[in-house]
Design a protein around this ligand. Structure first.
Ligand code: SF4
Ligand code: SF4
Length: 179
């Protein structure tokens, strides 16, 4: 069974947001609903302040707080590591939105369902890469299978010393960042 993961190399990201647009088109998202967003942050302290861009989306956590709090089982994690939402089972309580430490969820006002990145599972099942990965001209995104020892993702994580966001939380994200 594969265990999907992604590397986002912010040192290669041009902040062009082509990935965000590709995602919106892939999923036909309504205006204002984005599964991936570009955040601008300040790091360090005065006078050594730096600006940092960070792409945030669902981290497909192994210990996903959103899965734990969902009272209906609408939010679930597949064996391949992808966290999904079954909108038919969703009660619209938004517990998952509150529980997510990455603010990765966005409400679909039409359906009343908190949605998020789906790791383009439909493309992955056809052997394709997620839309954001295929679109990135800077090759800042890489998608692979952690369960396959021959997958390049192992080398990329190691060589680039990619790390999950807020590893201290114990959520065990499936996205690794180079910053
Ligand atoms: S990032 Fe948030 S929405 Fe995604 S699996 Fe983790 S807790 Fe759930
Ligand atoms: S809003 Fe839906 S998916 Fe989120 S916790 Fe409630 S029932 Fe689960």
């Amino acid at each position: 069974m594969p265990k999907y993961a992604m590397v986002i190399d912010m040192t290669k990201c041009a902040a062009c947001q082509a990935c965000t647009v590709a995602c919106e088109a892939e999923w036909g998202l309504p205006p204002g609903e984005k599964f991936t967003r570009l955040e601008e942050r300040e790091t360090g302290s005065f006078p050594n302040v730096q600006r940092e861009f960070l792409l945030i989306q669902c981290q497909h956590c192994d210990n996903a707080p959103c899965v734990e709090v969902c009272p209906t089982g609408a939010t679930y994690k597949r064996d391949d590591g992808i966290v999904l939402v079954d909108e038919k089972r969703c009660a619209g309580c938004k517990y998952c939105m509150v529980a997510c430490p990455y603010q990765a969820r966005v409400i679909n006002h039409e359906k009343g369902v908190p949605e998020k990145c789906r790791f383009c599972y439909h493309r992955v099942e056809q052997g394709k890469k997620p839309a954001c990965v295929s679109t990135c001209i800077g090759e800042a995104r890489y998608f692979g299978d952690l369960d396959n020892p021959n997958d390049e993702i192992h080398r990329i994580i190691q060589e680039k010393q990619a790390k999950p966001l807020r590893g201290d939380l114990g959520t065990k994200p499936s996205i690794y960042y180079v910053r």
